[in-house]
Design a protein around this ligand. Structure first.
Ligand code: SER
Length: 637
């Protein structure tokens, strides 16, 4: 058993002993939560139950949740940030509250994990009169008692920059630090969102290590929330008891909940008393393999960042793939692509010439054999997909790097050698389009060559708008093309075009109204149709879909075209592919005996179409497959 497996099991056993039911980790791709692309904490799948719905397993739940935080991509490279991590969680759904929670977590840390209580510091919420949320004196008092029982005198104090750590062990912070909701601080929460004050526990890696004095924060006094690396947050107990109201105020939820989350990687780092999470056995197998492949040592300062980026990014890409997210250009898939490509670029920096993924994927899947068997069960599928992505990227990487050098020397030549911010977001976009460089690769290459960007955030957001601008242009162009008569205007193409309308109508009837066209492509030989849907299609569903289409063809329904305002079209029930891109006057194709009252399909569309469905003739199902997370593709001929 690895240290990580051991810690995970002992945490779950600890809470099971205290009446909790262990539930499996939810997928990294959230179900029924359109607000976010990834599951980033254990509480996300718990929201309905925190709001009062009863949980089938009772009021005490615990688990280890696979989590992915895409916003941390940039931070990876230091000793504690990772994109993928496991969050150990326990929840009280209107059952126990502060006393039990704080005492249990303290007991778990000091008795089971055997952390020295003298190394623990905690924070609590200072309260905010304006929001009507009181100071959490209760938690501070509980902590004081717990430390006292462990023989430690723990003073409580409001955090003040000028005081630093002093003699205190319990710190009151404001809502920027000690409030938790999915959307952050109280003012950022939308109405209907639950949240509450929280209490964090920090592990002190030790003043004697002089982490603070050696850090960029040395001019300020150190305290638990300082970013110097001396303190590591290892767990957060959220007292989820408020609901944001439409008028900005807070009301109490019908039940008082506890939402606890603690990073497995971080608790393990504390247990090892080594502040580098990459030194835990959740990363070491990857790092050892990288050392062998590269002949370099992890601890060499010049390379340590690259080792960490590769280890973090590939582990995350593997875990995402196990939940169905593969490299692509769309939504979740694009995160996977960015992770793999950046990892490859860094392996190149380590001088690794061999193929990397085929060595590393099996090492990673093996690490998760015990807690998440679905990962190793898919090892060959994941390896194949990620190796393909590696091959695609590596093919052009050398040439792209060469082009990049040429581009930079040209730029620097122009500005007399001054290495200022003369690279623009449009340049970054060019490298994205021509060489498939995710924005962070461009930024890293530029900064490693001494280019300074005034603001990385602005640069990124301008890059994103550049990208959006181009996407819009090509979308408009493809709509124009569609209008002008598909790729060709042969009879067969027109038949298939009308068939895509029947297919979309049938999919919406059988699978549900969430089905929306995401793309289509018609050739003389077949039609291809992409649409939003998260599961594969069963044989039964396939039969129902084809039966509907064939009935409509047999009924020889008329296809008619009307011109009307966009608004009238939508009000009449017409569906549209890219609604915002259509002009005010639109053409609507309706299939059915009466365009007002008896129709089966109504779509904004430029045509052309057959005039009656019987003209389509025979249609057959060819195949169905996933294209990206949440998007399926069907071929008919
Ligand atoms: N939801 C809290 C967090 O993510 C605790 O689980 O930190």
């Amino acid at each position: 058993m690895t240290d990580a497996d051991q810690l995970r099991s002992s945490y779950l056993a600890f809470f099971e002993k205290r009446g909790h039911a262990t539930v499996p980790s939810a997928s990294l791709v959230p179900e029924n939560d359109p607000t976010t692309l990834f599951t980033g904490s254990g509480m996300q799948p718990m929201v309905p139950f925190l709001l009062g719905q009863s949980h089938p397993k009772g009021k005490r739940i615990c688990n280890s949740q696979k989590s992915f935080r895409s916003q941390d991509v940039e931070e990876v490279g230091d000793n504690r940030h990772t994109t993928f991590f496991e969050m150990l969680g326990n929840w009280s759904l209107g059952d126990y509250f502060k006393h039990e929670q704080l005492a249990w977590f303290f007991e778990f840390l000091t008795k089971d994990v055997k952390l020295d209580p003298a190394r623990l510091y905690v924070s609590v919420f200072a309260g905010n009169d304006g929001l009507g949320i009181p100071r959490d004196q209760e938690s501070a008092d509980i902590w004081q008692q717990l430390f006292k029982a462990a023989g430690i005198k723990a003073e409580a104090t409001d955090y003040q920059p000028k005081l630093g750590l002093g003699q205190a062990r319990i710190f009151f912070y404001d809502e920027k630090k000690n409030w938790w909701s999915r959307s952050g601080e109280p003012t950022k929460m939308p109405a209907g969102e639950p949240g509450g004050p929280d209490s964090e526990v920090f592990y002190d890696f030790g003043a004697q290590l002089q982490l603070h004095e050696q850090s960029e924060f040395k001019d300020q006094l150190c305290h638990p929330n300082c970013d110097c690396g001396r303190f590591l947050e290892i767990g957060n107990s959220v007292f989820m008891q408020y609901l944001k109201q439409a008028d900005g105020s807070f009301k109490e939820l019908p039940q008082k909940n506890v939402d606890f989350g603690g990073g497995l990687e971080r608790i393990l780092a504390a247990k090892n008393n080594d502040q580098d999470v990459f030194s835990t056995d959740l990363f070491q197998p990857i790092i050892t393999e990288l050392e062998q492949l590269s002949g370099k040592r992890y601890k060499e300062t010049e390379f340590i960042g690259s080792f960490r980026v590769i280890a973090d990014h590939l582990r995350a890409a593997v875990m995402l793939a196990a939940d169905g997210v593969f490299p692509s250009n769309k939504e979740q898939g694009y995160f996977s692509r960015r992770l793999v490509r950046r990892a490859i670029r860094h392996s190149h920096k380590l001088g690794i010439k061999k193929q990397l993924l085929k060595h590393l994927v099996p090492i990673i899947t093996k690490m998760y054999e015990k807690p998440y068997p679905e990962v190793s069960e898919q090892v060959s599928k994941i390896t194949d997909a990620l190796v393909k992505e590696e091959e695609k990227f590596i093919k052009t990487l050398y040439k792209a790097l060469h082009e990049f050098d040429k581009f930079l020397s040209h730029k620097f030549g122009k500005v007399g050698g001054a290495k200022q911010a003369f690279v623009t977001p449009a340049d970054a976009f060019r490298f994205y389009e021509s060489w498939g460089w995710p924005i962070e690769i461009f930024i890293e290459e530029a900064t490693s060559k001494g280019v300074s960007l005034v603001s990385v955030d602005d640069f990124r957001s301008e890059f994103e708008s550049e990208k959006a601008k181009h996407a819009e242009k090509s979308r408009t162009a493809s709509i124009g093309k569609f209008k002008g008569g598909l790729q060709d205007a042969s009879e067969q193409t027109i038949k298939y075009h009308t068939a895509t309308h029947l297919l979309q109508a049938a999919l919406r009837k059988v699978l549900g109204e969430h089905v929306q066209q995401k793309g289509s492509n018609i050739t003389q030989d077949r039609l291809r149709f992409d649409f939003s849907h998260s599961h594969s299609i069963s044989v039964d569903e396939q039969n129902q879909i084809m039966a509907l289409i064939q009935n409509w063809i047999a009924a020889d329904l008329p296809v008619s075209r009307q011109t009307m305002s966009k608004q009238a079209a939508l009000e009449s029930g017409a569906i549209a592919f890219f609604i915002e891109k259509y002009p005010d006057q639109v053409s609507v194709y309706t299939i059915g005996n009466n365009p007002e009252s008896a129709w089966i399909s109504k779509e904004l569309c430029g045509g052309p179409h057959v005039s009656r469905t019987a003209e389509i003739g025979q249609l057959q199902w060819l195949k169905e497959q996933p294209v990206a997370a949440g998007i399926r593709r069907i071929y008919l001929k």
